[in-house]
Design a protein around this ligand. Structure first.
Ligand code: EPU
Length: 421
C-alpha cells in the first residue's frame, strides 16, 4: 500500500488542469452496454475506478480499450454473461450502473447488492422501485439482485427519497427507459451535471431524453440505440478540491479546463468568507486570504453544496477566523475525516449530522488515515496548509477518484512524495 508524504507550508501558483468527471464517466461507460455499434467516449480519466468499470464491462462481453488520450472505445461482442459479481461490486459500488443497461438491452441482469461503505448505509431501493415501475420483476438471490423483464414499458416515476433525489437512481431509470416502449416521466429527478451528461450521451446514441438538469425528465423509449461519440464533462469535484487548495494556499492558482457554473455553491461560500476568486469561461483563479471569515454550510442535492466537497471545505473552515458549522444532509455519517483533522490540531466537534468547527491559527503535520475518497483529498489539503510533514496512509482511496493528484499539485508548488507504507 502507498502513502503520501506532504511537506506543508508551500504556496500554490500557476495553472492546474482538471480531468474528466469520474462520476460521469462511470455511468457513461456502463451506458455503452445499451448501444448496438461502437461507442467512443472521450475525456475519460485514468483512475482505479474507471479501470475497474472497464474490467467489468469486458466480463460482460464488451471489447473495451483506453487510448493514451483518455478516449475509450467500446463495442459489445457477446451478450451471454449478465452477472456483476460480489467481488466486483464490493470493490466499486458504481458497478450498480450496469444493472439498468443490462436489463433494458438483454432483459436480464444479476448484480450483487451493494453493501454499506465508509460514508454510510447507501441503499438502492429507489433504483429498484424505478425499474419495477417500468415492468421489471425483481428478486434477491444469495445477495444478488436479479431483474428480468420482457420489453420495459414507460411509466410515471417519483424518484424522491428520504435524503432528496438520487443521482445514480435517476441515471438507472433514464438508461432503462431509453429502450422501453413509450414515454417515461421522472419526477423529483436528480439535477446534477452528471445526469445531464449521461442524458446527452444517450441522446448521442439516438435516444430521446429531455429535461435533464431539472427535476422533471422525460424519456421517449426507442427500439434500439446505435453508435455513440461523447465527451465527458470536466470533474466538478476535482475542480472544487483544487479551488479549496487555492483558498488555503493559493498565490494566483489558476484552475483550467473546468466549468465554474457547476460550482456556484462552493464559490458563493468562499466569496462570503472573503476569498478572492476570478472566474472565466473555463477557468477559476484563486488566491488564499489570511484569516478568512467562518461560514456555515449544509450539503444538499445540486445545485446546493455538494457532499463530495464537504470534507475539503472543512479543512478551510478549520483555519478560518471564528466558529462555523457543517451539516451533512446527504450522507449524515460522512464525518470520518473529523478525528483525523483533529490529530492535526483542528478543533472540530461532531453532534449528530453537524460538525461544529472552531477555527485555529494553524494545523500541524501528523500521520493520518484516509477513510474514503473525499476524506483522503481533504487530508491532502490539510497537509499542504499544515506546518511540518503529514503522512496520508491508505492512499489507494485517492487513486480511485483523482488522476495524478500528487503530480498535478507538485507542478503548481506543492511538495508531495509517494512512498510504500
Ligand atoms: N438513497 C436512497 N435510496 C436509493 C439511492 C439513494 O435512500 O435507492 C439515498 C442515499 O443513501 C443518500 C441520498 O439518497 O442519502 C443520495 O444518494 P445518491 O443516490 O444521489 O448517491 P449515488 O448516486 O449513489 C453519487 C456519487 C457519490 C455522491 C452522491 C451524492 C457516483 C458514482 N457516486 O452516488 O460520489 O456522493 O452521488 O452526490 O456518482 C464520490 O465520488 O466520492 C461519491 C461518493
Amino acid at each position: 500500500m502507498d502513502k503520501l508524504i506532504i511537506h506543508g507550508g508551500k504556496k500554490l501558483s500557476g495553472e492546474i488542469p482538471v480531468s474528466g468527471a469520474k462520476n460521469s464517466a462511470l455511468p457513461v461507460l456502463a451506458s455503452g452496454l445499451l448501444a448496438d455499434g461502437t461507442s467512443r467516449f472521450r475525456n475519460i480519466p485514468d483512475l482505479a475506478d474507471i479501470r475497474s468499470m472497464m474490467g467489468l464491462l469486458s466480463e460482460l462481453g464488451a471489447n473495451v480499450k483506453m487510448g493514451p488520450d483518455g478516449t475509450v472505445e467500446m463495442k459489445v461482442v457477446d451478450e451471454s454473461n449478465s452477472y456483476a459479481s460480489y467481488d466486483r461490486v464490493r470493490k466499486m459500488r458504481a458497478s450498480i450502473c450496469v444493472l439498468a443497461p443490462l436489463l433494458a438491452k438483454r432483459r436480464y441482469a444479476r448484480v450483487s447488492m451493494p453493501g454499506g461503505c465508509a460514508i454510510g448505509t447507501r441503499p438502492v431501493d429507489l433504483h429498484l422501485q424505478g425499474l419495477e415501475a417500468l415492468g421489471a420483476r425483481i428478486s434477491l438471490d444469495n445477495g444478488d439482485i436479479v431483474v428480468k423483464a420482457n420489453r420495459l414499458k414507460g411509466n410515471k416515476i417519483f424518484m424522491g427519497g428520504p435524503f432528496g433525489s438520487t443521482v445514480l437512481g435517476t441515471i438507472t431509470v433514464i438508461c432503462a427507459a431509453s429502450l422501453a416502449e413509450g414515454m417515461t416521466l421522472i419526477e423529483s429527478a436528480a439535477c446534477e451535471p452528471e445526469v445531464v451528461d449521461l442524458a446527452n450521451c444517450i441522446n448521442s446514441m439516438g435516444g430521446h431524453v429531455a429535461g435533464a438538469g431539472t427535476p422533471r425528465i422525460t424519456v421517449e423509449g426507442v427500439e434500439s440505440l446505435s453508435t455513440c461519440e461523447h465527451t465527458v464533462i470536466p470533474d466538478r469535484i476535482e475542480t472544487g478540491t483544487f479551488v479549496v487548495a487555492g483558498a488555503l494556499a493559493g498565490d494566483r492558482l489558476k484552475i483550467c479546463g473546468c466549468r465554474p457554473e457547476h460550482l456556484i455553491a462552493l464559490l458563493d461560500k468562499l466569496d462570503r468568507a472573503g476569498v478572492n476568486i476570478r472566474t472565466g469561461e473555463e477557468t477559476i483563479e484563486i488566491s488564499s486570504k489570511k484569516h478568512p471569515a467562518a461560514v456555515d454550510v449544509t450539503t444538499q442535492p445540486y445545485p446546493g453544496f455538494p457532499t463530495d466537497l464537504q470534507a475539503q471545505l472543512m479543512v478551510f473552515l478549520a483555519v478560518a477566523a471564528g466558529n462555523s458549522t457543517v451539516t451533512e444532509k446527504i450522507f449524515p455519517d460522512r464525518f470520518m475525516h473529523v478525528p483525523e483533522l483533529n490529530r492535526m490540531g483542528a478543533k472540530i466537534r461532531k453532534e449528530g449530522q453537524t460538525s461544529i468547527i472552531t477555527g485555529v491559527k494553524r494545523l500541524v503535520g501528523a500521520p493520518v488515515m484516509a477513510s474514503d475518497l473525499r476524506a483522503s483529498a481533504a487530508l491532502v489539503l490539510a497537509g499542504i496548509v499544515a506546518e511540518g510533514i503529514t503522512e496520508v496512509l491508505r492512499v489507494y482511496h485517492i487513486d480511485r477518484g483523482y488522476e495524478r493528484i500528487a503530480e498535478k499539485l507538485n507542478a503548481v508548488g506543492a511538495e508531495i512524495e509517494r512512498a510504500v507504507e
